[in-house]
Design a protein around this ligand. Structure first.
Ligand code: ADE
Length: 239
């Protein structure tokens, strides 16, 4: 997967993108990340990328020319791939959107800053707009990293053969149940016996029950979209 990121702050990406699983994904050729500084495409002497809003009011607006210049120079005019603006006004990102993006061979992320971007960017360059939640960040950079992280870890091979993403919280529409590792007793707190039993059918059943109960307790809204079996309902109602 190739992802081209357009930002005024490319330097914030490597510390995160070049660590852990995302680093491995890049080394394995699963992720090819292009970072482009929009400022490099401003044609005036001072490389200005923002300006005051028409009509007055506070804040600054990102100018259209450097953004079009950056995206069209790198991707062609018009770009033949999805160009996604990160902004609090976009559709809300979730596991389904991450999964859809993970199937794309190539997409671009445009990080907004200041009060926003000139509306002509939205109208004539951007093909999709994503928000990572109903709160306002100082810019789209963190959101872009969230989107890349969530999409890349779904690529086959990104998490290693043993640790697929299939059981993740949200992948099945349910939250995951609890996890434990050694030691079997810590400060007197023990690990549930069933997990040490070696009985894989029983463990799978316990995990399903824990996932159902945790989802019912913390995110009952998620259960509304689930087709629960008779067995699921029995698990939910029993201790
Ligand atoms: N930029 C500022 N706030 C944002 C948000 N919630 N999601 C995506 N991009 C943003």
């Amino acid at each position: 997967m190739r992802v081209d990121v357009f930002t005024l702050f490319p330097e914030v990406f490597p510390p995160y993108m070049d660590s852990s699983i995302l680093k491995r994904a890049q080394e394995a050729g699963l992720l090819d990340l292009g970072l482009h500084n929009i400022r490099d495409y401003a044609t005036d002497k001072h490389h200005v990328t923002d300006d005051e809003p028409y009509g007055g009011g506070g804040g600054m607006v990102m100018k259209a020319e450097p953004i079009f210049g950056a995206v069209e120079t790198v991707l062609g005019a018009p770009p033949q791939i999805p160009v996604i603006l990160l902004s609090p006004q976009g559709r809300v990102f979730d596991q389904r959107v991450a999964s859809d993006l993970s199937r794309l061979p190539h997409f671009a992320l445009l990080c907004g800053r200041y009060e926003g971007v000139d509306e002509r960017v939205r109208e004539h360059l951007v093909t999709d707009e994503i928000s990572i939640g109903d709160y306002v960040l100082t810019g789209g950079e963190l959101a872009a990293m969230v989107v890349i992280d969530a999409a890349v870890r779904l690529l086959p091979g990104a998490l290693g053969a043993e640790n697929g993403a299939a059981n993740d919280s949200h992948a099945s529409g349910l939250l995951e149940g609890p996890h434990y590792t050694r030691p079997p007793e810590f400060r007197g707190w023990t690990v549930p016996e069933v997990l040490k039993s070696g009985d894989h059918a029983k463990i799978a059943c316990w995990r399903r029950q824990q996932a159902l109960k945790r989802t019912a307790e913390r995110r009952p809204d998620l259960l509304d979209n689930q087709d629960l079996s008779e067995e699921d309902r029995r698990l939910l109602d029993s201790d």
